[in-house]
Ligand binder design. Structure first.
Ligand SMILES: Nc1ncnc2c1ncn2[C@@H]1O[C@H](COP(=O)(O)OP(=O)(O)O)[C@@H](O)[C@H]1O
Ligand SMILES: Nc1ccn([C@@H]2O[C@H](COP(=O)(O)OP(=O)(O)O)[C@@H](O)[C@H]2O)c(=O)n1
Length: 238
């Protein structure tokens, strides 16, 4: 284990990777371990998508990019710490939307919304502002490449698509969502493709990121792996 002395040096930890591989779960556990702030940037793209759905900028699954851009100045996003969850919940215009942003309807439109240049510019600026004092763990698709290219520790997460789809399926079914495994797998695969091939800040491993494939790892095993990487990042040779 690292000592308190080690953790005094606050760094930025960037976690990027494919959809549903456990980025937020891992990032949250790291933030708790270090007393850092955890920021789920995917939740921000999902919140914009939900707002667009609720304000007519997405109809029958078709995203009207110009309409989304027109709505952008009105979308007020913030995070508030929820002691019950031990993490922050996301709010839009003062409403807690945590439960509404993880539906399959939002998942099916979010990659199209996140490819819009103006959306990325607004959210990246907010993310950079939130991490300006360091001491943050941020997860997403472009944290190590675009948001914090100077992050001291960059982790690129992956897991087999079937494993990722199964995890997300189990999670949604446990919440009572009537989804099929096949529909979740298709969503995971199509989002990966869209996120990797978009023009602006596509999903890719930063050259200096370390890869974590957690297909066969428990969260506890991931934390053991993390301790070593963290010590390396803060320059503690033990
Ligand atoms: N190492 C793991 N082993 C098994 N299930 C996991 C693991 N990490 C995360 N999960 C589960 O997988 C699902 C997706 O995790 P999440 O952190 O939301 O992924 P992401 O942020 O990459 O979309 C959640 O239900 C979570 O509890
Ligand atoms: N930094 C980020 C984070 C998410 N996103 C987009 O937002 C979507 C949802 O992100 P997420 O992290 O909630 O996705 P899951 O891995 O939880 O399914 C992704 O599929 C991307 O299209 C992004 O473009 N850049």
């Amino acid at each position: 284990m690292c000592t308190d002395r080690d953790t005094n040096k606050k760094i930025v930890i960037a976690i990027d990777g494919f959809s549903s591989c456990g980025k937020s779960t891992f990032a949250k556990a790291i933030a708790r371990r270090l007393g850092y702030i955890f920021i789920d940037t995917g939740a921000m793209y999902r919140a914009v998508t939900l707002y667009a759905l609720e304000h007519g900028a997405i109809r029958s699954g078709m995203v009207d990019e110009e309409a989304v851009v027109r709505l952008l100045p009105d979308i007020c996003i913030d995070f508030r710490f929820n002691p019950e969850r031990g993490a922050s919940d996301i709010y839009v215009d003062g409403d807690r939307v945590e439960g509404k942003i993880r539906t399959i309807e939002v998942s099916n439109c979010v990659s199209a919304v996140s490819s819009i240049c103006e959306v990325r510019a607004k959210l990246v600026a907010m993310q950079q502002q939130m991490g300006r004092r360091r001491g943050v763990v941020m997860d997403g698709r472009d944290i190590g490449t675009t948001v914090f290219p100077d992050a001291e520790l960059k982790i690129f997460m992956t897991a087999r698509p079937s494993v990722r789809a199964r995890r997300r399926y189990d999670e949604l079914r446990a919440k009572g969502d009537e989804v099929s495994y096949e529909e979740i797998l298709q969503n995971v695969l199509s989002r990966d493709k869209a996120d990797m091939t978009r023009a602006i800040s596509p999903l890719r491993k930063a050259d200096d990121a370390v890869v974590l494939d957690n297909s066969c790892m428990t969260v506890a095993e991931q934390m053991e792996w993390f301790e070593k990487e963290f010590r390396r990042a803060i320059g503690d040779g033990r």
